[in-house]
Design a binder for this molecule. Structure first.
Ligand SMILES: Nc1ncnc2c1ncn2[C@@H]1O[C@H](COP(=O)(O)OP(=O)(O)O)[C@@H](O)[C@H]1O
Ligand SMILES: Cc1cn([C@H]2C[C@H](O)[C@@H](COP(=O)(O)OP(=O)(O)O)O2)c(=O)[nH]c1=O
Length: 205
């Protein structure tokens, strides 16, 4: 009998939009289905990817170096984790994927989108998420939530025009791929968002 391919679900949004909060909730929903669940993140998700994450989040570098490193981490993540898991029927949830490169390197840093598209075509010409949650929130709300919680990394210390451009790129990607994107208004309360997430997950066959 051939194994049914698992589902690939990604979580996106500017820093402070609430991704981490809601990933845990969705992971619990998936667990009730009795399927194997692989929970991962980018940059990272493999030992090499985690080393690259340290560099990307904390070292200053040329914007193209940054783009190449997030895609290097992604290449390893797909080879070691995502593709084998999906093949054996596991569900994979990833805290960020390629839409984040369009938002942060493309929108935030201003890297030519054609270069990111070329990297996407190179690194995963076939693979796309089955479902992408985009947690969308006004910049001031995200910033206030971040300031309240933790020490900020290189990206989180960026200015509002960086996040405004990143948010715009996320919304553009959502427009481009409406079949897989679900935009969640993250200025709602956590329980309101959970109702929406449960509804969307319930419809996922
Ligand atoms: N809808 C919400 N309403 C109020 N606070 C929220 C909401 N979503 C997240 N938070 C809080 O905002 C902070 C940042 O959320 P987090 O999930 O870590 O964001 P992200 O992973 O997107 O950076 C956390 O303290 C979290 O509890
Ligand atoms: C996946 C990816 C992430 N990033 C950035 C976005 C985030 O600011 C950062 C990862 O942080 P994030 O996933 O938000 O982790 P945490 O919530 O623990 O801070 O990396 C890129 O710039 N490009 C990418 O392709």
């Amino acid at each position: 009998m051939t194994q049914t391919r698992g589902k690939f679900i990604t979580f996106e949004g500017i820093d402070g939009a609430g991704k981490s909060t809601h990933i845990r909730f969705v992971a619990d929903l998936i667990a009730t289905r009795g399927v194997e669940l692989v929970s991962s993140r980018e940059p990272g998700g493999t030992p090499l990817g985690e080393k690259l994450r340290e560099l990307v989040l904390h070292e200053k570098m040329h914007l193209e170096t940054e783009a190449l490193l997030v895609f290097a981490s992604r290449r390893e993540h797909i080879a070691q984790v995502i593709a084998p898991a999906l093949e054996r029927g596991a569900w994979v949830i990833s805290d960020r994927f390629t839409d984040a490169s369009f938002a942060y390197q493309g929108g935030g840093r201003g890297l030519d989108l054609a270069k990111i598209e070329a990297l996407e075509q190179w690194v995963h010409p076939q693979l796309q998420p089955d479902l992408t949650f985009l947690f969308d929130v006004p910049l001031e709300v995200a910033r206030a939530r971040l300031d309240a919680t933790r020490e900020l990394d290189k990206f989180e210390r960026e200015q509002s025009d960086f996040f405004s451009a990143a948010r715009a790129q996320y919304l553009r990607r959502a427009e481009q791929y409406p079949h897989r994107f679900r935009i969640i208004d993250s200025s709602q309360t956590i329980p309101q968002i959970q109702v929406q997430l449960a509804e969307i997950m319930g419809k996922l066959a």
